[in-house]
Write a protein that binds this ligand. Structure first.
Ligand code: ZN
Length: 106
């Protein structure tokens, strides 16, 4: 490259992949997250069965359900974030201030 050549920004495709956009009608205020997850499990199985039986994508495409499970407070449902009171040394939930029982396991 000659010194007089200057660089500029150009569009370049570095990789290509599939992006599945899935919208399933399983939301609802009266259903628990576990109800919805189980419905997703059933539909994912139906989808995978269909792919394996009726397409040439057998072994290439697999739909699986991802459950986002995190430690949370049993009182307020916030993500688990205990803090120690400087004065009495007790643990409390940072979300609702409830005292934390027992010892922490993690
Ligand atoms: Zn809490």
């Amino acid at each position: 490259m000659e010194k007089s050549e200057k660089s500029r920004c150009v569009k370049k495709m570095f990789d290509v992949n599939y992006d599945f956009d899935i919208t399933l009608p399983h939301s609802g205020w009266n259903r628990t997250m576990e109800d919805i997850a189980k419905a997703f499990d059933r539909e994912a199985k139906d989808f995978n069965d269909f792919i394996n039986q009726h397409t040439n994508w057998r072994g290439c495409v697999h739909l699986s359900v991802v459950r986002d499970i995190r430690d949370s407070c049993s009182s307020c449902g916030c993500e688990w974030e205990p803090y120690t009171d400087e004065e009495n040394g007790e643990l409390y939930c940072a979300g609702c201030g409830a005292e934390v029982e027992g010892e922490q396991d993690g």
